[in-house]
Ligand binder design. Structure first.
Ligand SMILES: NC(=O)c1ccc[n+]([C@@H]2O[C@H](COP(=O)([O-])OP(=O)(O)OC[C@H]3O[C@@H](n4cnc5c(N)ncnc54)[C@H](O)[C@@H]3O)[C@@H](O)[C@H]2O)c1
Length: 371
């Protein structure tokens, strides 16, 4: 398969972690006989420095011509510390999502046996958690009219959804459930909000087309509690923009480190894959950032293109690296492994899965370079 990938590494640790994903994708291409053509483009602070624009037209053009976008991260302290800056790196990502019509944000949540003790939550509660959140990304209250009264004493934010906006993400979520444990939970506030009642009505109607999927509903306040009390009950969660924003950050604590969490943003004709973390500027250029969130984002990219075997190979390699404690210091503060060691281990495992015992022995005797 020939695949065109737009590479938007961005700022801070973005280029370092994305470089490891490219190595991993190149190993997959070689092993499975694919051709991945990467085209780099600027976004964020690096693009402002070069062109004055956080999302230059050239970048947008490269994205529009690609089969998928692999995104690193954006953000730089010189803008974070300057609230008066009119042009900001974040505008690049927001404009990209809007221009490409990326209406569905997808975040998988899983636990790793090797890291179960890293979470703030109890092992017996989170062990075996495996769910995915489908969050509507381009509608709802974040995009509705915002009004501040002339006397400054009242304000309003309008929340509106159309059935088209609901249906297109609901179809994606039902299809995902069909490939998983066939359970879909709609999180809403239908006891109070008219928009939530519209979501319930339409998602219920759509469920007739997916008879194998069990549909249930949870009010968002209860859902916030259930995610912490019993996260194993969830398979696919579907929700609107603001509830999804809050629920997905809450759920991220289950995995143990933000450096492990991948995401996808999907539109009708475009798809973008990125780690959920930011540009972690303190780590820039130090080769210490965890590249796994970016590498798992690359695995999601392959799944999106129906390359499931290839994606599973990456996920198996990530699991093996964690099992063998080949990890960066966010996971084990005594670890000597660097960002590029993790990428090298994962590439090695993809190329020579049967050799991992030898590598394990080398690692156990304290070598930080993968042989
Ligand atoms: N999608 C994006 O590109 C995105 C998302 C969030 C924040 N940002 C931007 O990133 C910059 C920094 O923001 P922040 O400090 O709030 O968030 P951040 O995610 O960059 O970092 C927060 C903390 O998480 C940990 N961390 C993050 N990524 C890690 C990794 N790969 N490996 C190990 N540890 C990791 C570090 O301890 C770090 O101090 C800001 O400019 C912000 O606007 C960008």
């Amino acid at each position: 398969m020939n695949i065109k990938i737009a590479l938007l590494s961005g700022d801070g640790i973005g280029p370092e972690v994305t470089a490891e994903s490219v190595k991993v994708l190149e190993a997959i291409a070689e092993k499975y006989g694919h051709k991945f053509k990467f085209t780099s483009a600027d976004v964020g602070a690096v693009a402002i420095d070069k062109t004055g624009n956080p999302l230059p037209d050239k970048t947008l053009e490269i994205c529009a011509n690609a089969d998928a976008i692999l995104f690193g991260s954006i953000g730089d302290p010189k803008y974070d510390n300057n609230p008066k800056a009119k042009v900001r790196p974040e505008q690049g990502l927001l404009k990209l999502r809007k221009s490409m019509g990326l209406f569905a944000n997808i975040r998988p949540l899983t636990t790793y046996d090797a890291l179960i003790g890293k979470s703030n939550l109890k092992e017996q509660v989170i062990k075996g958690t495996d769910f995915v959140i489908y969050r509507e990304l381009t509608g709802g209250i974040y995009f509705g009219d915002k009004v501040l009264s002339t006397d400054g004493k009242s304000a309003s934010d309008n929340c509106s959804y159309s059935t088209d906006e609901i249906d297109r993400i609901a179809h994606l979520a039902f299809k995902a459930a069909l490939k998983r444990r066939k359970k879909l939970t709609l999180i809403d506030k239908a006891n109070v909000l008219e928009t939530s009642r519209l979501w319930r009505k339409h998602v219920t109607a759509l469920s007739k087309s997916y008879p194998e999927v069990a549909l249930d509903f949870l009010f968002v306040d209860n859902a916030a509690m259930q995610i912490i009390l019993n996260p194993r009950q969830f398979d696919v969660i579907l929700t609107e923009n603001m509830f999804g924003d809050i629920i997905s950050d809450e759920a991220s604590v289950i995995a143990g480190s933000i450096g492990l969490l991948a995401s996808a943003s999907i539109g009708k004709n475009a798809a973008l894959f990125e780690p959920i973390h930011g540009s972690y500027p303190q780590a820039k250029g130090k080769n210490i950032a965890n590249p796994i969130a970016s590498i798992l984002s690359a695995a999601m990219l392959l799944e999106h293109l129906n390359l499931f075997k290839e994606a599973q190979n990456i996920k198996d390699a990530v699991n093996k690296s964690l099992d063998m404690k080949v990890c960066t210091s966010d996971i084990n503060s005594e670890s000597l492994f660097k960002t590029d060691d993790i990428g090298a281990f994962i590439v090695d495992y993809i190329n020579y899965p049967e050799d991992y015992n030898l590598k394990h022995n080398n690692i156990k005797i304290g070598q930080s370079t993968i042989i």
